[in-house]
Design a protein. Structure first.
Length: 493
């Protein structure tokens, strides 16, 4: 299903000719067969062919492309590996799709200062693989880390199973090089822990390609821990597992990772990865402890007791590194594993305060029964980042629309308990209406003001992430925010 987006100046013969002068023949795609792979990101329910795909190889080429598009007022959508799950890289029918796939070099690993400088097309996992020779690694590890790229991670502020202890992307980068909508090259941040001026590094992180094109990233590296071990706990009740998460954090223990899967996700992952998960459990927790040998031994003993006291029916500790990796393989394979048991699934991404995990999981179960659609829950329990996977069949008339409505209600539930509509997947086009639930008109106006400061002509990824007030007025005519109208101007309705 394609999504209508704002119309801009049509890409014309003059622009195509100018692009051909800038780029080698193989770096410009115009035929439908060639550009079809770029029609969507991981959220494949929205599809749209771009007018042209360009694959520059140098920063200078990116600058020239942006200068040209700015002069002709042609919109540009930047794209990394296309693993995003919110439609953030959906092309525009009258615009340029700028792929950064050829920016795939690790430029420098500075082991003495524990940092690496890489191009945006470098895969997340490749950074840790290259740094391992120095006893270092890059902490954020999205489940798609074997494929997703660091530029996309910055654009979406990606997390991963270890973000509970080590933070999101924003906490693990030092410096960016960014090309603006006008083609200027900016250096944001520094190779130090702090730099003077406004914190534009944090602003750029999670900006979903709306403020600039990321062409270089300097990341922090961490020392590999002396020991890391995973504890698996099985529960006969999802709510008990949610309560156990709170008990661990309340005890002052911050695991490297604390993940949860429900019965449907467990069985799908076990059939796919053969990780040794208990198939009869209603929920499992994977709790990784890392540090020195003495620290991990102490933490494991404390966590085992907390899990048992919280009602775990079984608790076991990975015997060695191979078993630890296998347990994580099951968790990181959960999304594709669920894809094997349903024609389609819709992956949600909301974040809630941890204390509300039991009630929110219970409510999702009630909504699942109400809509008649199964849900597999697999998520970052430690930081309350939910990933309910709604199973459906897009070939059945009306089922996609019902699924989207179900997903919208989950996101609104997250807001109602003090959470947010996204944790790491971004807003894109998928959640743009739910932004009207999360924010009021004054806040949205500030977002638009920031966008205008970086991109006055609105050429970078238009129609994504931040809704217009008019759109929110239409959406808010039927929805309320905490029992009140979302925006003052809606009073006329």
């Amino acid at each position: 299903m394609s999504q209508p987006l704002p119309k801009n100046t049509a890409l014309n013969i003059e622009l195509l000719s100018a692009l051909r002068r800038l780029l080698p023949e193989e770096s410009m795609l115009v035929d439908a067969e060639d550009i079809r792979p770029f029609e969507c990101d991981g959220l494949s329910v929205y599809r749209q062919l771009p007018m042209v795909v360009v694959l520059p190889e140098t920063i200078a080429q990116v600058q020239e492309i942006m200068r040209l598009c700015h002069a002709q007022q042609v919109p540009v959508v930047a794209r990394g590996a296309g693993t995003g799950l919110s439609g953030g890289a959906l092309p525009l029918p009258d615009g340029v799709l700028l792929s950064l796939a050829k920016f795939k070099n690790i430029l420098n690993i500075d082991a003495h200062n524990a940092m690496a400088t890489v191009q945006p097309g470098v895969r997340n996992l490749a950074i840790s693989q290259a740094a391992a020779a120095y006893g270092l690694y890059y902490a954020p590890d999205p489940s798609s880390q074997i494929a997703c790229t660091i530029g996309g991670n910055v654009a979406e502020n990606s997390g991963g199973v270890h973000c509970l202890k080590y933070g999101l992307t924003v906490h693990n980068i030092l410096m960016l090089k960014v090309v603006t909508a006008e083609g200027e090259l900016l250096t944001i941040g520094a190779q130090t822990l702090d730099s003077p001026g406004y914190d534009l590094l944090a602003l750029m992180t999670g900006s979903e390609g709306m403020l600039g094109i990321i062409v270089e990233v300097t990341v922090k590296l961490l020392a590999l821990p002396e020991r890391a071990q995973v504890v698996l706990a099985a529960f006969d009740d999802v709510v008990k597992a949610g309560e156990a998460v709170g008990a661990i954090i309340a005890a002052g223990i911050i695991p490297a990772g604390l993940e949860m899967m429900d019965r449907l996700a467990i069985q799908a992952a076990e059939d796919f990865a053969h990780a040794g998960y208990p198939r009869d459990a209603e929920a499992i927790l994977l709790c990784e402890l890392d540090g020195t040998h003495a620290e991990v031994t102490e933490y494991i003993a404390a966590v085992r007791k907390l899990l048992t006291d919280s009602g775990a029916t079984a608790v076991r500790v990975a015997a060695d590194e191979a078993e630890r990796q296998l347990l994580w393989k099951g968790r990181k394979s959960a999304f594709p594993a669920v894809g094997r048991i349903s024609p389609d699934y819709y992956c949600m991404d909301g974040t809630i305060p941890r204390r509300h995990l039991p009630q929110v999981l219970r409510r999702i179960g009630e909504l699942s029964a109400e809509y008649g659609l199964p849900v597999a829950n697999v998520f970052h329990a430690g930081d309350g980042n939910l990933h309910p996977l709604i199973l459906f069949d897009a070939n059945k008339p009306g089922e996609l629309e019902r699924t989207e409505e179900f997903g919208s209600r989950i996101l609104q539930l997250c807001v109602e308990v003090g959470g947010t509509i996204t944790g790491e997947h971004g807003v894109g086009i998928e959640k743009i209406d739910q932004m009207c639930v999360q924010f009021r008109s004054a806040e949205l106006s500030q977002f638009h003001a920031v966008k205008a400061a970086f991109d006055p002509s609105g050429l970078l990824n238009p129609g994504k992430a931040v809704p217009t007030l008019h759109r929110c007025a239409e959406f808010g005519a039927m929805h309320v925010h905490h029992g009140q109208l979302s925006h003052p101007e809606l009073e006329r309705f």
